[in-house]
Design a protein around this ligand. Structure first.
Ligand code: UD1
Ligand code: UDP
Length: 383
């Protein structure tokens, strides 16, 4: 039985790898070894518990306010003996975090083939997002199997010279996780969120964490929220805030005493999905939320200068607004006051997946290892 070693370390990787790990376990054709790098701790453990994911190893690398060098070196040295012990036939990684790249490199050093889930996303701007654009380019170079979520991601890989036979278009596994979770009953809200949702007026869900926004851009985002609260006092911003201390200090410093802003701790995935369903719109710099909100028909303002996820923008559900205070204020105020502008963006579209990405990945792996005659039919977005 072939051994697959699946490594991930942060909240979004866990959410997006959960459908893959569960599907591979269900089929019983592989020995599946799950390794957490522990780049995140509480936010990772929340997802592990939520999806009841089996865990075989945990490198537990997280330190407070950690550097990229710490994550990279701790993952590399932690994985060296584990990969030698488990001797996998293939290592699976996800996305663009430093865990992703460091795991790919650790596997490469032991000449173990790498499969990269969510391959081919690009902004073509090396430092934006930082360090994710470099992480995904480097990981794709190390990988033998490239699971591109969309046709556009496949095109980006081909344009860089990737071998077509190594690429499989699967849809994004986050849509598998999202559709399953959104179809389940909403969990009970914690009292602060329940009270916030009961207020009159529009509700805006906020998440921000990107490294390239630390400092001035993040302060500008916070000021935009503050000024919209002043101009539109009936609006409530719900803000489950990332555990990164840099992010917390910035937002609590500028928004801590603003009555329209309700902070919460990072939410379990099921609560977060149902909160996305409950609000009117989303403002974020997250990658995964740019994929989820269009599926739920929620307008998204993307507070970044670039995006590797152009499909939501092409579909009209997402807008790239940058990190300038005035630009964010203007875009938000328009959606809060202009019903036509709001309705134009509130489209439920599925450019990122159909809920069957993990099935396609498992089918492809079975085909690759000679356990299944047919390769999967690639994902093709409707429309
Ligand atoms: C990381 C990824 C980013 C991804 C994001 C998802 C890198 C370099 N960055 O960014 O690509 O979009 O995760 O959230 O790979 N912390 C905790 N508990 C947690 C998680 C974080 O206390 O459960 C704090 C710690 O002080 C930690 C800090 O946040 O040092 C930063 O974590 P880190 O993983 O380095 O960066 P993120 O901004 O979370
Ligand atoms: N998310 C969550 N709880 C929260 C905030 C976000 O479960 O309080 C989920 C969200 O639905 C998405 C993922 O976490 O699937 C996004 O993670 P994050 O923004 O940390 O990382 P990114 O997507 O930018 O890499």
């Amino acid at each position: 039985m072939p051994t697959l070693f699946v490594s991930f370390g942060t909240r979004p990787e866990a959410i997006k790898m959960a459908p893959v790990v569960l599907e591979l376990h269900r089929r019983e054709h592989f020995r599946v070894v799950t390794c957490l790098t522990g780049q995140h701790r509480e936010m990772l453990d929340q997802v592990i518990q939520g999806f009841a994911l089996p865990v075989d190893h945990d490198l537990d690398v997280m330190r407070a306010a950690q550097s990229l060098t710490h994550i990279t070196t701790a993952v590399l040295s932690g994985l060296e003996p584990l990969l030698a012990l488990e001797a996998p036939d293939m290592v699976l990684v996800h996305g663009d975090t430093t865990t992703t790249f460091a795991t790919g490199l650790a596997a490469f050093y032991q000449q173990i083939p790498v499969a990269h889930v969510e391959a081919g996303l690009r902004t073509d701007t090396l430092y934006n997002p930082y360090p994710e654009e470099a992480n995904r380019r480097l990981t794709d170079r190390l990988a033998e199997v490239l699971y591109a979520p969309t046709p556009a991601a496949r095109e980006a890989l081909l344009a860089e010279g990737a071998a077509p036979e190594g690429i499989c278009v699967t849809g994004n596994t986050v849509i598998d996780a999202l559709l399953a979770t959104a179809a389940s009953p909403a969990p009970a809200w914690e009292p602060r969120l329940a009270a916030a949702l009961d207020r009159r007026g529009p509700k805006v869900l906020v998440t921000v964490h990107r490294r390239e926004s630390w400092g001035v851009p993040m302060q500008a985002i916070a000021r935009a929220i503050k000024s919209v609260c002043a101009d539109h006092p009936q609006t409530t911003f719900l803000f489950p805030i990332h555990l990164n201390p840099v992010v917390r200090e910035t937002f609590r410093g500028i928004l801590g005493d603003v009555p329209g802003v309700v902070f919460a701790e990072p939410l379990p995935y099921d609560a977060f999905v149902h909160l996305m369903k409950a609000v009117d719109l989303v403002i974020t710099d997250s990658g995964g939320i740019q994929e989820e909100a269009p599926t739920l028909g929620k307008p998204v303002l993307v507070m970044r200068d670039t995006t590797e996820r152009p499909e939501g923008i092409a579909a009209g559900t997402a807008r790239l607004v940058g990190t300038d205070t005035t630009a964010i204020h203007t875009a938000l105020a328009e959606l809060l006051t202009d019903r036509t502008a709001y309705e134009a963006m509130a489209n439920a579209v599925n450019p990122y997946g159909d809920g069957r990405a993990a099935v396609r990945i498992a089918d492809h792996l079975e085909h690759l290892f000679g356990l299944r005659p047919e390769p999967p039919v690639p994902f093709a977005p409707v429309g």
